[in-house]
Write a protein that binds this ligand. Structure first.
Ligand SMILES: Cc1ncc(COP(=O)(O)O)c(C=O)c1O
Length: 389
C-alpha cells in the first residue's frame, strides 16, 4: 500500500472491540492477567502499552524496520540508543548536527567513557581517518540541522558495513514520507517526533526504529529498562498528527522552495542553505535518496547587525525555537539551538552570528514572503539610521 494511505490509516483498523476509527487512548499502567503464567500481551505500561504499540508498529512499518520504540522526547530516544554502547566505545558523528545531540555526547556520554569524533560524514576519507578499532557506530543527520549538509546514505552505510559498525540516522528533517534510511542500509533510525511527525508544535516525542532481530531485542530491553517511554495521550496525539504527514510535507516543501528562491535573490542575503536549490552541493545526492525536500532551511545575512531587528520585526513568522510544525518559526542557532556547541566548531561549519534558521510552515507563501520582506526592510532601515515606528 502507498505510504499516504498507510499514514492516513494509522490505528484505524486496530481496535477490534468497538471498531473505533480513531484508536482509543488506553490510560492504564497495569493489565489484568487471565491466570498465572498467562498474559494478554500487556503487563505493565512501561514495557508495552496498547496506544503506544499502535504508534510503534506504525513507525516501524513506515521506516521499513522491524521494531519501533516511542520515547518521551527525541533526546530520550538518542539517550536510549547511546546506551547500546559501553565504556571505551567510540562513535563517528556528523560534524554539523543538532546542538542537544552534541551536548548529550560531550557532557554526559563522555563521563561514561563513550567518545565521539565529528566529521563530514559524506567524506569517506574523513570517515576512514576517524575510524578507530573501538568505533561502534556512525551517527548521521542528513540533511543536517541547521546547515543542511547532505550525506550519501548508501555510500556511508556500505562503508560502515565493511567496518562492522552500526549506522544510525537521525531522520527528523525528512521523515519516512520523504526518506527511508533503513532501505538504504541503515540499522537504526531516530526521530525527534516533536517536529514534522507530530507537526503541530504541541507534542514532545521521540521515535526509534531498528532493523534486525538482535538489535530490536536489545533496543526493547533498553527502552523498558531505561523507561523514558511515551505516555498514551501523547502517543495518540502523535498518531493524529502523523495521519496528515504527506499533505503537510508537500506544502512545507512548496513553501520552503519558493522562499529559499526569494531569499537567494535578495541583495541583503549572503547565502541560502537548502538542498532543494540546484546550487546546493548536496542537491544531486538528496534527489537520489529522497523523494523530496524538507520544509526547513538556513540563510546567512550579509550583515550580522540585521539579525536582531529581523527577529523583532517578523509578525506572522514566530521567533521561536522548534521546527516542523504547521506554524512558521524562525530561530537564531548560534544563541539558541546550537549554543552548546563550542564557538570554534560552530565557526568551522558555519553556524555563525549571521545565520538564521527558518522552519517554513503551511501558511500561504505570499503572506510569509510579505512578512519576511517587511522585516528585512525595517531591519535595514534601522541600520541606515532611518528607524521607523
Ligand atoms: C535533528 C534533531 N534531532 C533530535 C532533536 C531532539 O529532539 P527533542 O527536542 O524532541 O528532544 C532535535 C530537536 O530539535 C533535532 O532537531
Amino acid at each position: 500500500m502507498n505510504i499516504e494511505s498507510r499514514l492516513a490509516q494509522i490505528g484505524s483498523v486496530s481496535e477490534p472491540v468497538t471498531g473505533a476509527v480513531s484508536f482509543p487512548v488506553y490510560q492504564a499502567t497495569a493489565f489484568r492477567h487471565p491466570k498465572l503464567g498467562e498474559s494478554t500481551g500487556f503487563d505493565y505500561a512501561r514495557t508495552k502499552s496498547p496506544t503506544r504499540k499502535v504508534l510503534e508498529d506504525a513507525i516501524a512499518d513506515l521506516e521499513s524496520g522491524d521494531a519501533g520504540f516511542a520515547c518521551s522526547s527525541g533526546m530520550a530516544a538518542l539517550q536510549t540508543i547511546f546506551t547500546l554502547f559501553s565504556q571505551g566505545d567510540h562513535l563517528i558523528v556528523s560534524l554539523d548536527l543538532y546542538g542537544g545531540t552534541y551536548r548529550l555526547l560531550e557532557q554526559i556520554m563522555s563521563r561514561f567513557g563513550v567518545s565521539a569524533s565529528y566529521v563530514d560524514t559524506n567524506d569517506v576519507e574523513a570517515l576512514e581517518e576517524a575510524y578507530l578499532p573501538n568505533t561502534k557506530a556512525v551517527l548521521i543527520e542528513t540533511p543536517t540541522n541547521p546547515l543542511m549538509m547532505v550525506t550519501d546514505l548508501e555510500l556511508v552505510c556500505s562503508w560502515a558495513k565493511s567496518k562492522n559498525v552500526l549506522t544510525i540516522v537521525d531522520n527528523t528533517l525528512l521523515t519516512p514520507y520523504l526518506q527511508r534510511p533503513i532501505e538504504l542500509g541503515a540499522d537504526i533510525v531516530i526521530h525527534s517526533a516533536s517536529k514534522y511527525l507530530g507537526g503541530h508544535n504541541d507534542v514532545l516525542a521521540g521515535l526509534i526504529v531498528t532493523k534486525g532481530q538482535e538489535l530490536s531485542e536489545q533496543m526493547a530491553f533498553l527502552h523498558n529498562s531505561i523507561g523514558a517511554v511515551l505516555g498514551p495521550q501523547d502517543s495518540w496525539l502523535l498518531m493524529r498528527g502523523m495521519k496528515t504527514l504527506a499533505l503537510r510535507m508537500e506544502r512545507h516543501e512548496q513553501n520552503a522552495t519558493a522562499i529559499a528562491l526569494y531569499l537567494d535573490e535578495h541583495p541583503l542575503v549572503a547565502e541560502v542553505f537548502y538542498p532543494g536549490l540546484e546550487s546546493h552541493p548536496g542537491h544531486a545526492v538528496q534527489k537520489k535518496q529522497s523523494s523530496g525536500n524538507t520544509g526547513i532551511f538556513s540563510f546567512k545575512m550579509k550583515d550580522a547587525r540585521l539579525i536582531e531587528p529581523i527577529l523583532r520585526h517578523v509578525k506572522l513568522i514566530a521567533f521561536a525555537e522548534s521546527l516542523g510544525g504547521v506554524e512558521s518559526l524562525m530561530t537564531y542557532p548560534a544563541v539558541q539551538t546550537h549554543a552548546d556547541i563550542p564557538l570554534e566548531i560552530r565557526e568551522k561549519v558555519g553556524v555563525d552570528d549571521r545565520l538564521l534558521r527558518f522552519s517554513v510552515g503551511i501558511e500561504h507563501v505570499d503572506d510569509l514572503i510579505t512578512d519576511l520582506a517587511q522585516a528585512i526592510e525595517k531591519a535595514q532601515a534601522e541600520l541606515d539610521g532611518g528607524a521607523q515606528e
